[in-house]
Design a protein around this ligand. Structure first.
Ligand code: ADP
Ligand code: MG
Length: 619
């Protein structure tokens, strides 16, 4: 019997391999743009016709190719970018596999025109189905122009598989934007069917982002920048109010290479945590730079996936950096101490604010009221110690001072109140003659340097309690205040089952409740905040709200409980507050990390800035 194994002819092998690299016009766009960048171009034009199905052309002013390099570039595994296996671990260029041009030439009609600065004449090559049709010297500008025509003309099945023009064009634009964002100092343009769609002059990353996203974002981007020995991160996140219902502009780049990473995306989402509703997507463009040996980019080029040597650190780092920036942008700059220990040790977390980050918050009017002494990172333990008079806030009678201090100890020292700057740095009333004012027993008006805040007392209080209770639920147990006269509560069978399930969590939150025979419980103590004598009502309300929340499977049992309690315990509209109570409320509010929203995503206050007010008056 004759042997049956044969080697595939080159052109067929190329065609098969091409399927992996070039799936649609946009794949060619990515490869050609990256080649132009690798060639050191400062001016790159992309021209497409018929959503790239008819033509994809990239013209660059890069270093060009010699005659033989031009010919070689279409060979599979022909690359100028790596010479030995070691180079693989220090990749600085976008390409390195030497597959792109070979693949494109296998499935389209390609024309290349290229000239190096030192050569008088350039080279013209026409290649089709991996076969050179024509090669000759030609006049050419310095740089390279490659046109890919009639993609998949020889593979009808693939051509038919392409989507409609709008869909394919969208893919092209996506790739174009990713490359354009990675290299803001390069000029890029994109023309489609003779119309220029993008014309991006070189500039800073922020300028490039605004060119791409639209100028309306100019006041909506928050700078992110942290540097450590291990890695750097820089870029921008959109302020919470730019979050959208559809996943839109979210970009991660590792060593300037666009990547998709659900894992890192999650890190950013979690940094936004309470600031945006769960079903919306924040905008971001973040660049992570680290030693190439810490990353495995030797995965398939089109998959845009990446493997890190140490994923967890990167996650924590991204999360911390974004949180940090958001905190600086929000009124109460804060550090989040709930981050895991690993990240606490990272430099970035311990570092003082960078000039860049300070600049970026300096534009917020409230920031301008911050004094030198109250730097974004300065946490002065002395200042916070006098802030807490919670008990007074809840009880109209004046309890003894030991009673007052006791329950606060458990919550006030570390986790809770370390975060913010004293609100008197934000709110002018504190120092000036203007007192806080309550209107309709529901809102508090507080003057700021150049405007005022309208604070919703209930929502503000809900945020405060939520922070306090979550800290309690995460290890900082709340002290219960033992009742002098324990109250017995009788519940329905259904409610008792529920309450039994919640007892351990409730205990951490300061509720001392014990089962006492069938469907009966004794309330031995409640958190210091809960008015004594009101225990039964509190338990009833809690169960009712908890049931209401139970359908919300997004949250853990504890989280639901915390949310219920915060809502249930918050002061209502209609309750008149003393000047002191208002002061405490605002102090506490601005000590919260996400002081501007409730856990459910409602604003806790609205800021009216002077320029906005002026505009309202038509000035
Ligand atoms: P890779 O980029 O992985 O090296 P490609 O198939 O994309 O592989 O390109 C092969 C080679 O052709 C490159 O290594 C480079 O030397 C050369 N080349 C491709 N495009 C250009 C260009 N626009 N300008 C200069 N040289 C280019
Ligand atoms: Mg390449």
């Amino acid at each position: 019997m004759a042997d049956i194994i044969q080697l595939l002819p080159d052109n067929i092998a190329n065609q098969i391999a091409a399927g992996e690299v070039i799936q649609r016009p946009a794949s060619a766009v990515k490869e050609l743009l990256e080649n132009a960048v690798d060639a050191g171009a400062t001016h790159i034009q992309l021209i497409v016709a018929d959503a790239g199905k008819q033509l994809v052309q990239v013209i660059d002013n890069g270093k060009g190719m010699s005659e033989s390099d031009a010919r070689m570039s279409f060979e599979r595994h022909a690359t100028s970018k790596i010479k030995g296996i070691d180079d693989l671990f220090h990749i600085k260029t976008m390409g390195f596999r030497g597959e792109a041009l070979a693949s494109i030439a296998a499935v389209a009609q390609v024309e290349l025109r290229s000239r190096r600065a030192e050569d008088e004449l350039g080279t013209f090559i026409e290649i089709e189905k991996s076969v050179v049709v024509k090669q000759e010297p030609c006049a050419s500008a310095t740089g390279t122009s490659i046109s890919m025509k009639n993609l998949f003309f020889n593979v009808p099945a693939r051509r038919n598989f392409l989507k409609s023009n709008p869909v394919e064009l969208r893919h092209i634009v996506d790739e174009f934007i990713r490359v354009a964002l990675s290299f803001p100092d390069i000029f890029f343009s994109l023309s489609s069917n003779g119309q220029e769609v993008f014309h991006l002059e070189p500039g800073s990353l922020k300028q490039r982002l605004l060119q791409v996203l639209g100028n309306q974002y100019s006041t909506k981007l928050v700078n992110v920048k942290e540097e450590t020995d291990y890695m750097n991160i820089y870029g921008f996140v959109g302020k919470p109010d730019t979050a959208r219902k559809t996943r839109g502009d979210q970009y991660f780049f590792v060593n300037n290479r666009f990547i998709r990473s659900a894992y890192l995306n999650h890190a950013v989402m979690s940094a936004f945590d309470e600031m945006i509703s769960k079903d919306s997507f924040p905008l971001y463009a973040l660049f992570i730079d680290l030693d190439p040996s810490q990353v495995d980019i030797n995965v398939h080029p089109t998959k845009q996936e990446i493997k890190f040597e140490d994923e967890k650190i990167i996650y924590a780092f991204v999360q911390a950096a974004v949180k940090h920036s958001l905190a600086q942008f929000s009124i109460a700059p804060s550090l989040d101490f709930s981050l895991n220990a690993e990240i606490q040790q990272l430099d970035a977390v311990n570092k003082p604010a960078t000039t860049g980050s300070i600049d970026s918050v300096a534009s917020s009017s409230l920031f301008k009221t911050f004094t030198q002494k109250n730097q974004a990172h300065k946490i002065d333990p002395d200042e916070k110690s006098e802030l807490r008079h919670w008990k007074e806030f809840f009880t109209s009678s004046s309890p003894s001072s030991t009673d007052l201090q006791q329950p606060q100890k458990g919550v006030s020292d570390d986790n809770f109140f370390i975060t913010g700057r004293p609100f008197r740095d934000v709110i002018w009333n504190a120092e000036s003659a203007l007192p806080l004012m309550q209107i309709h027993n529901t809102y508090i008006i507080a003057t700021t340097e150049n405007g005022f805040l309208l604070v919703h007392q209930q929502l503000a209080h809900e945020r405060i309690l939520y922070d306090r209770y979550s800290a309690a639920a995460h290890g900082k147990k709340m002290a219960a205040q033992r009742s002098l006269f324990p109250v017995t509560v009788e519940l329905t069978a259904q409610d008792s089952v529920l309450l039994l399930e919640l007892l351990p969590d409730l205990l951490d939150l300061g509720y001392l409740v014990e089962p006492f025979g069938s469907n009966t419980f004794v309330v031995q103590g409640t958190p210091a905040d809960v008015l004594q004598g009101n225990e039964k009502h509190a338990i009833d309300l809690l169960l009712e709200q908890y049931k209401h929340f139970s359908s919300d499977i997004k949250f853990s049992r504890r989280e639901r409980l915390v949310r219920c309690l915060a809502r249930q315990q918050s002061i209502r509209g209609g309750q008149s507050l003393s000047a002191k109570e208002m002061n405490v409320l605002l102090e506490e509010l601005f000590a919260c990390t996400a002081s501007n929203v409730t856990p459910g995503g409602n604003p806790t206050y609205i800021e009216f800035k002077q320029d906005y007010l002026e505009r309202m008056f038509g000035r």
